[in-house]
Design a protein around this ligand. Sequence first.
Ligand code: SF4
Length: 105
Amino acid sequence: MTAYRSGVPDNWFVDPVHLGVPGVRKPSEDDDNALAWQTDALCAQTDPEAFFPEKGGSTRDAKRICSTCDVRSECLEYALQNDERFGIWGGLSERERRKLKRRAV
Ligand code: SF4
């Protein structure tokens, strides 16, 4: 098996068996799982490519989806805490997240 590394966490996709119906996850469930919020991630139901565009590619579609996502703040917080370098997280690009971090310091 070939090992590879990308900006997407290895466990980005929540096991469909545990996914359940979006929006009905109880907040207390899976609290020990830092990625539990992904159960309600809108991007998991769309084209993941839009969230990891090639350099110079458009981020508009991904950001539009993020703007209506219920777990936007959890997603952004996770990306900031884990120093995610690639892709759109919580509606912000890498550059926008870096700016936000600098402002927070
Ligand atoms: S805010 Fe955007 S990137 Fe984060 S989970 Fe929602 S749709 Fe996905």
